[in-house]
Each structure stands twice: as C-alpha cells, then as structure tokens.
Design a protein around this ligand. Structure first.
Ligand SMILES: [Zn+2]
Length: 300
C-alpha cells in the first residue's frame, strides 16, 4: 500500500508564479501541473507519495511565502493486498451515478425509518430509475455497473456471472425505468441485494467525517474527509457471520427526509464484499468504483 497526496494551491498567490516554490523543491512536470479553474484561477496540482522528500520541502516553501494550500490523501493498494483483504468496500463514484429510488416510484416500508434522516427505510419493490434522465440513462450503455443512492445495479450478464459464482449473502431484484407517461419498463439490469448488515465500524476508522451524523439515530450523514486517507476499521468479532456481500451499518453522504417518499433522497449503506466479488468486477472490466480493503483490529 502506498499513501498518495494531492497538494493544490493557486499560482496567483505565489510571488513570481508557481516555479518560485516548485523548482527549489524539485517538483517538475512529472508531478506538478497547472489547471485552469473557473473565475481566473490557476490551480497548481502536485501529486506525490506521502513519504516523498520533496513534500516537506514544498510545504516549507509554501509556508514561507504565506501561500494557502490544500491536501487530499488516499491509499493505493496492490492486487495482492486486495486478494488478502477480509472485506473490501465498493464506493460508487459520481461518474456512474444514476437517478433512481423513492422519487421515481420505488416502494419502501417507512415504519422502520429514523424520523429525522430516514435511515432504516426498507425497500419493498423492484428498483425504479428515472427513465427520462438525459444524464443517467446513457450510462446504462456505457458501464457494466452503476450506482444509485448507495445501491449497486449490474447488467444482466454480470448478474449471471455473480450468480453462478455461488456467492453468499447475495440475491437480486429487478430494475425498471419510469417513463414520461409514468409507465415502468423493465430493464436488462439487476439490483444487488445483500441479506447481511455488518455492525458499526470501529471508532479507530480514519478519513471519516462525523460532524453531520444524524443526532437521532447516529447512522447516517457520515462523510469522507480528504485530509487523511479513508481507512475503515472493524473489530474481528464484528466480522463473524460476514457474507461475500454485505451492507455497512453507516450511511455516507447526503440524505433528505421529511417523511415523504416523493421528495426523499436516500443514501443507503455502501457494500462490503470479499475479494471473490472484487475479482469478478475487475475481470468484467467494471469501472467507476473506488475499492478499499478494510482493516481488522483484535477485540479489546
Ligand atoms: Zn437518523
């Protein structure tokens, strides 16, 4: 595993331009590039390994010139490390996000939902997408798997491959698209359905922003913090009974809930899967997901 860092600052903030700090710290065009951002901003992005000796040099120079900068940190893993992981989180990125869920006709049992954030709501029908979305629908032709409010949808062929692999904890639901005239048409896609939910992660997890977590249930509105790498930690005892496909207890991201499904935005829990599942996605050429092995600590 390697921890990577993306450091960025506005070149207009540096007297004489970005080379004033890049050259003396040895950051050449192999690691630094200037991006034109809107509103006449020129943002310099520098990508380095977190232990690269050029990093402290650059930080020192930025400090000396009183330049404000930002840092994102993340871990990159080798295939061997993925193969050895107890479980791997699959995070769907915006690239593969499609509109669907409660606002488009998917039904839910709301009797178990947190009154404040909606966490705990249970889907009781097939999953329905917004068939009129010009942004979402083309993605079904571009990708083999897409994400929708925390759900993972896979094309029929990928569903068959997953099904024939005999994975534990996994079943499938149908996927429909709601058309302009409100008719629902069935799509050659399947929704992944996990029967097992893991207990809460350990408080030793890092890269998790807890400031907005729902005060009523403590289960939703977790966010990813970019300041430190995301490392999800679980107690060994909490992985007893884990299946090949599981959902997390926590929910990341935006949620909007006032008791009405017609306006609800859900962030259902992310999936945690075994390397067997990760391998099937990789071999199928699936893109658009961030994969991250979890870490396990022995019980105190
Ligand atoms: Zn809540």
């Amino acid at each position: 595993m390697k921890t990577k860092i993306l450091l960025h600052f506005d070149s207009n903030d540096v007297p004489g331009g970005e080379q004033t700090v890049l050259s003396p710290s040895g950051c050449g065009s192999d690691v630094a590039e200037v991006q034109e951002w809107p509103i006449r901003r020129q943002v310099v992005e520098v990508r380095l390994d977190a232990n690269d000796p050029r990093l402290p040099l650059l930080q020192k120079l930025l400090l000396a010139y009183k330049v404000e900068w930002f840092e994102d940190r993340w871990d990159e893993y080798t295939d061997e490390e993925f193969e050895a992981a107890p479980l791997i989180i699959a995070i769907g990125t915006w690239e593969i996000f499609v509109l669907g869920g409660p606002r488009f006709g998917t039904d839910y049992d709301i009797s178990t939902a947190c009154p404040v954030c909606g966490a705990g709501i249970r889907q009781t029908s097939a999953y329905v997408l917004d068939g009129t979305s010009q942004d979402s629908m083309p993605k079904l032709g571009q990708f083999r798997a897409v994400g929708s409010e925390g759900e993972i949808l896979v094309d029929e062929r990928l569903a068959e491959t997953l099904e024939s692999a005999g994975l534990s904890g996994l079943s499938f639901r149908s996927v429909y698209a709601r058309q302009k005239d409100m008719r629902q048409t069935k799509l050659p896609w399947r929704q992944m359905w996990a029967s097992h939910t893991l207990p809460p992660m350990s408080s030793r997890s890092t890269g998790v922003e807890r400031g907005k977590v729902c005060k009523a249930c403590g289960r939703s509105k977790f966010n990813f913090s970019l300041k430190e790498p995301l490392r999800l930690v679980y107690h060994a005892r909490d992985l007893v009974g884990a299946q090949d496909v599981n959902r997390m207890w926590e929910r990341f991201g935006i949620a909007r809930w006032n008791g009405d499904l017609k306006t609800a935005v859900l962030s259902q829990p992310d999936f945690l899967v075994t390397p067997k599942v990760w391998r099937i996605f990789r071999d199928a050429g699936v893109t658009g997901f961030k994969w991250l092995p979890i870490r396990v600590v022995e019980d105190e």
